[in-house]
Design a protein around this ligand. Structure first.
Ligand code: ADP
Length: 267
């Protein structure tokens, strides 16, 4: 596959140990989770989806979260994005502790700081592509800055499809709309949950390149959950989850490195 890594990136990696605290780089962190645990249910049937995760998400970088099914990836992403609350532990987004915020303040913070891209696109079927893209601005009562919207539309390569509804767009085009919708409010951090999980391999590769480009060209901090090694390989940093803990991290990993790491985690 194409090597989508940044030029000059080293293959330094931290391996083997269970990482208590993953440190931030000199650019600082935009999301900081400290000792996050999440238990679903109670008593004998309780499931500990996260068992004490501490991580700093670095500004201007693409971080992938990998791990076997059931390892806690979605739970972690939802908690970092303020869509779910941890049972214990704290999460800061752009300097604000979000675990204690009320619903209104949390909604405001999410609008201002967080973009989300889903596996199944989650577009509104009755709106055309442009209306879907500007929806977050419409909801927050902002007048869209047409120049910026045009720029985002150009970046995601949607040019002549703006008047079409989702049902008239391919899966790849729908995901481009969803990415544009997430980027249009200039989020501090973009979360992508299995963004290529519902796409064929070559379309998936185009979407990954788009995410990579927005990190490189606009310093868009991005966190992507995936179980696909070729997707994780576009990241600057890969965090491996197993059984509710971060058990390893790699930087500048190839798809091959990721496959090997997963095999070792599985065994
Ligand atoms: P992943 O995204 O890595 O597949 P999840 O975060 O979805 O993992 O799930 C982690 C664990 O938590 C799994 O054992 C899963 O069954 C459990 N889990 C997830 N969501 C719920 C829920 N709403 N209620 C009960 N258990 C859940």
């Amino acid at each position: 596959m194409r090597d989508l890594r940044r030029s000059g990136e080293t293959e330094a990696e931290t391996e083997g140990e269970e990482l208590g605290l993953v440190s931030s780089n000199a650019n600082g962190a935009v999301v900081v989770a400290a000792d996050v645990a999440r238990r679903y249910g109670e008593g004998e049937t309780a499931v500990d989806a996260l068992r004490g995760v501490s991580v700093d998400i670095e500004r201007g970088r693409l971080t992938a979260v990998m791990g076997p099914s059931g390892s806690g990836k979605s739970t972690l992403m939802h908690i970092l994005a303020g869509l779910d609350k941890p049972t214990t532990g704290t999460v800061q987004v752009a300097g604000t502790e979000i675990t204690t915020l009320g619903d209104n303040d949390l909604t405001k913070l999410r609008r201002q700081h967080i973009g989300f891209v889903f596996q199944f696109f989650n577009l509104l079927p009755m709106l055309n592509a442009r209306e879907n893209i500007t929806l977050p601005l419409t909801i927050s009562g902002e007048k869209p800055d047409d120049g910026w919207v045009d720029q985002v539309v150009a970046d995601v390569g949607l040019g002549d499809r703006l008047a079409h509804r989702p049902s008239e767009l391919s899966g790849g085009q729908q995901q481009r709309v969803a990415i544009a919708r997430a980027l249009v409010s200039r989020p501090t951090v973009l979360f992508a949950d299995e963004p290529t999980g519902n796409l064929d391999s070559s379309t998936g590769q185009e979407i990954l390149q788009l995410l990579r480009d927005s990190v490189d060209a606009r310093d868009q901090t991005t966190v992507m959950v995936t179980h696909e090694p070729r997707a994780a390989a576009i990241a600057d940093r890969v965090l491996f989850l197993a059984d509710g803990l971060i058990v390893r991290e790699m930087r500048g990993a190839t798809a091959h490195d990721v496959v090997e790491a997963m095999e070792r985690i599985d065994s």
